[in-house]
Design a binder for this molecule. Structure first.
Ligand code: NAD
Length: 309
């Protein structure tokens, strides 16, 4: 298939790379030149704009930081037309011709409201647009083992599944547009709570004389075991390959976790839900970000508990 891929960050780059490896013709676009060059060296084509990347595409995939970027890309920004408009003009759909319009999949984590707004604008122009946020981190993206959580029509989901299978291990249909984001936001709120709780427990143990590796092994085999501790240990030197071992470079940025916890907070406000643990985690990650750690991996929340050591 001809696939346009927009957004080659920590996640988008390995995802696009797996599509190339699966034999798709992939054309990429990112604002960062070096990211496009890396994909080009792996066999992808590159374009000078999102509009150019999507010309002739069967599928358009975007992987951008937040809702403002996704709305800007599809709906337009600062008088520049969005992709829905440019694709509409380049792929006319008439009752007597087969629908040559690309399927659009946004894998970014954004609010359900933003996802529904863009999906509705896409539907008005005759496009199928799916929210398909992912879980699994950079490791999962590189290994082609992501979990996709899809919101949108059943037909769109069936159409998207073979493409998503090339980048993921589990592909769920969560419900209508926005449902993918609701599930993803609940998951990430839990992850934020688990990571900060794990960092807190490790710091407490170390302050009381424990070796962090020994303590981690004990908790992994006990009732405190969880995804953050077992697969993403935040204490430097405990787990090979974890972001903690490379000064928290790369991975899932603190700023993005703070954004997701903010989305959980908005969701809770809108539905009159109480999320005391999620609110606490949001404040911790927001404080950590304000202290200059926004571009570090979110497991660097460990540093917050080690201040003054
Ligand atoms: P990132 O900041 O590393 O990458 C985002 C990329 O988008 C950058 O390369 C940036 O240049 C590009 N970009 C921004 N605006 C653009 C535009 N208008 N046109 C083209 N490119 C544009 O972010 P990431 O870690 O790859 O995360 C992407 C999304 O996936 C976020 O919504 C995040 O919450 C979610 N997510 C991340 C992880 C993770 O572990 N990093 C895991 C699951 C979900």
């Amino acid at each position: 298939m001809n696939i346009a891929f927009i957004g080659l960050g920590n996640m988008g780059s390995p995802m696009a790379s797996n599509l190339v490896k699966a034999g798709h013709r992939v054309t990429v676009f990112d604002l960062v030149e070096s990211a496009m060059q890396a994909l080009e060296s792996e066999g992808a084509g590159r374009a000078d704009s999102a509009e150019a990347a999507t010309q002739g595409a069967d599928v358009v995939i975007s992987m951008l930081p937040a809702g403002v970027h996704v709305k800007g890309l599809y709906l337009g920004r600062d008088d520049a037309p969005g992709l829905l408009e440019t694709l509409d003009a380049s792929t006319p759909s008439t009752p007597n011709t087969p629908n040559t319009r690309p399927l659009i999949i946004d894998a970014s984590t954004i609010s359900p409201e933003d996802a529904r707004t863009v999906a509705a604008a896409a539907a008005e122009r005759g496009f199928t647009w799916l929210d398909a946020p992912v879980s699994g981190g950079v490791g999962g993206a590189k290994a082609g083992a992501l979990t996709f959580i899809v919101g949108g029509s059943a037909e769109g989901f069936e159409q998207a599944k073979p493409v998503l299978d090339a980048m993921g291990k589990n592909v769920f249909h969560a419900g209508d547009n926005g449902a993918g984001q609701v599930a993803k936001i609940c998951n990430n709120m839990l992850l934020g709570i688990l990571m900060s709780g794990t960092a807190e427990a490790l710091a407490l143990g170390v302050k009381n004389g424990m070796d962090p590796a020994v303590l981690s092994e004990i908790m992994k085999q006990s009732s405190g075991g969880n995804w953050a501790l077992n697969g993403y240990n935040p204490w430097p030197g405990v787990m090979e390959g974890a972001a903690a071992g490379r000064d928290y470079e790369g991975g899932f940025l603190t700023d993005l976790m703070a954004k997701d916890l903010g989305l959980a907070w908005e969701l809770a406000l809108g539905s009159k839900s109480t999320v005391p643990m999620g609110s606490q985690a949001r404040n911790l990650f927001a404080l950590h970000s304000a202290q200059g750690n926004g571009r570090l991996d979110f497991s660097s929340i460990q540093k917050l508990y080690r201040e003054g050591e």
